[in-house]
Design a protein around this ligand. Structure first.
Ligand code: ATP
Ligand code: MG
Length: 277
């Protein structure tokens, strides 16, 4: 890839939530492809060494691109060993010089690597399944009134990393919570979670971004390594699946999330080619 569009080091975007299965890896992958398609140089770090979902997603993508001879954009993927904090620090420093964004997918548990990523992040995105089971990761609520009792362990961990940033005189963290797997049926729960999140946002200092609906397509894309940003493209070999209304709506949700991040956009839309690794 050619020279960067933004001066200075890369912005670090971490996907974090100690609750497993909330959509961190799915969101990371969609964000990575959105940013590259917008002309940014993007690196990906998968800190979930055990599951390695993001790594496998990208491997599937590379294999699919090769099998179908289809040019698919790829981020720079840098493997980090289990618990290897020094490797993470070195990767962040090195990738920072020639990338616009470093997207870090954290594991669904509290690890030393995850803490380090939370400290390093300029933007933290916490996807949350739309239920009070997931809400519990952020704060304890009174069962009767749904009033917030106190922040939970994860919120306190983020607070701790924020303090470290402040001490190091780095700009404040932009913490974004997005609701995932939103159901069209469950209006009552949806409204309750929304009200509780609004209240909590002010209390522990995050902002809410538009989330993703529950859609089968998110689960179907992993084996091919494709994202909603890739499907429906007019390709010479026409192997792609057709775009449905639901896919278009889902893609809009991904773009709405990216827009809500309010990132400085690269001016090279369409300039990305196969891989920038
Ligand atoms: N909006 C959605 N609609 C339907 N399925 C979804 C959606 N988002 C994520 N999923 C599915 O939910 C499961 C968990 O998603 P994902 O692996 O992205 O979560 P995670 O937070 O990275 O999990 P972990 O904590 O285990 O790393 C996957 O099977 C994924 O395909
Ligand atoms: Mg994951």
């Amino acid at each position: 890839m050619t020279s960067g569009t933004m001066p200075g080091p890369a912005r670090i975007i971490a996907l974090g939530n100690e609750k497993g299965g909330s959509g961190k890896s799915t969101t990371a992958m969609h964000l990575i492809i959105t940013l590259i398609q917008d002309g940014n140089r993007v690196a990906a770090l998968d800190l979930d060494v055990r599951q390695a979902t993001l790594t496998r997603y990208l491997e599937n993508r590379a294999a699919y691109a090769e099998k179908t001879a289809r040019p698919l954009v790829m981020p720079t993927l840098r493997p980090i060993g289990d618990g290897d904090s020094e490797a993470l620090k070195a990767a962040l420093a090195e990738l920072s010089t020639d990338h616009d964004y470093i997207v870090v997918d954290c594991p669904g548990s509290d690890t030393a690597l995850s803490r380090l990523a939370h400290e390093a992040a300029d933007i933290l995105i916490t996807p949350l399944n739309d239920s009070f089971i997931d809400f519990d990761v952020l704060a304890r609520v009174e069962p009767e009134t749904l009033q917030i009792r106190r922040p939970s362990h994860y919120a306190e961990m983020v607070w701790e990393q924020r303090k470290r940033r402040a001490i190091a005189k780095r700009p404040p963290l932009d913490w974004i919570v997005m609701r995932n797997r939103l159901s069209t049926l469950d209006a009552r729960n949806k409204a309750h979670v929304a009200a509780a999140l609004d209240q909590l946002a002010k209390r522990i200092g995050f902002r809410l971004a538009p989330g993703f609906s529950e859609r089968v397509i998110f689960r179907e894309l992993f084996p091919s390594g494709l994202t909603l940003l890739d499907i429906g493209a007019r390709t010479a070999d026409a192997v792609d699946q057709p775009l449905t209304m639901s896919h278009v709506a889902a893609r809009q949700e991904v773009r709405a999330l990216a827009a809500a991040l309010a990132l400085p956009s690269a001016k090279r839309r369409g300039a990305a080619s196969v891989g920038n690794a």
